[in-house]
Design a protein around this ligand. Structure first.
Ligand code: HEC
Length: 208
């Protein structure tokens, strides 16, 4: 009995090491880019619309200060409930985050760097997708296309009033998300799909 467990353990270790060293070439998901991009864009758009309609309602009800408090409490739960609804993980990441939780990780930072380069050379920003063994990741740019955003992400003392800046700093002592202008890259969407999200015809496990 004990031997059995030991042997199983050694086998698992050996197998684990082997599959790890082949990770880069084997077992990546192959997928139809158009299908993933369309699905990612649909979910990013729906999430943006939910967040921005709630934001606008809060601004109408109680001005920028109330909307700041509303976003502080509701932005995450709203995003999480949409993640659960679509059975994916949805996140907004930034190189200049307001909420430290949204700090870009190294892969997101690389995508952001490329997007900023493209913006500088006047190129159009396109979604990016990639896969590993069991999930597919979609990124799309978040740019400032509405002057409404500048109330809370624009230039201090120009777009953002003293009072609102004080509220921002009280809620987010490490805030970096000011100083943006129209057209700037504010961050990226990161949507992670489990392989089961798609039909078999659109996705398959690549095995050598
Ligand atoms: C009323 C103030 C307000 C307005 C207007 C506003 N935001 Fe924000 N924004 C916030 C707050 C507060 C957070 C942090 C939310 C949290 O804690 O999850 C945030 C977070 C974000 C994030 C996530 C990354 C981060 O920095 O944490 C993005 C991306 C973003 N906003 C983009 C926009 C865009 C684009 C617009 C215009 C359509 C906009 N915001 C308008 C207050 C605002």
């Amino acid at each position: 009995m004990r031997y059995g467990i030991l042997i199983a353990f050694i086998l698992a270790m050996g197998y684990g090491c082997q599959s790890e060293s082949q990770e880069q070439t084997d077992n990546k998901l192959a997928y139809d880019t158009t299908v993933v991009v369309n699905e990612g864009q649909k979910i990013a758009k729906a999430t943006f619309q939910t967040l921005s309609s709630n934001l606008q309602k809060a601004m109408q009800e109680g001005g920028v200060e109330y909307a700041l408090e509303f976003c502080n409490v509701e932005a995450m739960p709203l995003t999480d409930s949409l993640s659960a609804h679509h059975d994916v993980s949805i996140r907004r990441a930034s190189h200049k985050p307001r909420n430290p939780y949204n700090t870009a990780d190294s892969l997101e930072a690389e995508v952001i760097k490329q997007y900023i380069k493209k913006l500088e050379s006047g190129d159009k920003l396109q979604p990016v997708t990639y896969a590993d063994e069991n999930r597919i990741t979609f990124h799309a740019p978040i740019t400032i296309t509405n002057s409404l955003c500048l109330n809370c992400h624009g230039k201090v003392n120009e777009d953002i009033s003293k009072e609102n800046l004080a509220t921002i700093q009280e809620l987010y002592p490490k805030d970096q998300a000011t100083g943006f202008s129209m057209g700037d890259l504010r961050g990226v969407w990161t949507i992670r799909f489990p392989a089961t999200h798609f039909d078999d015809a659109d996705i398959q496990q690549l095995k050598e």
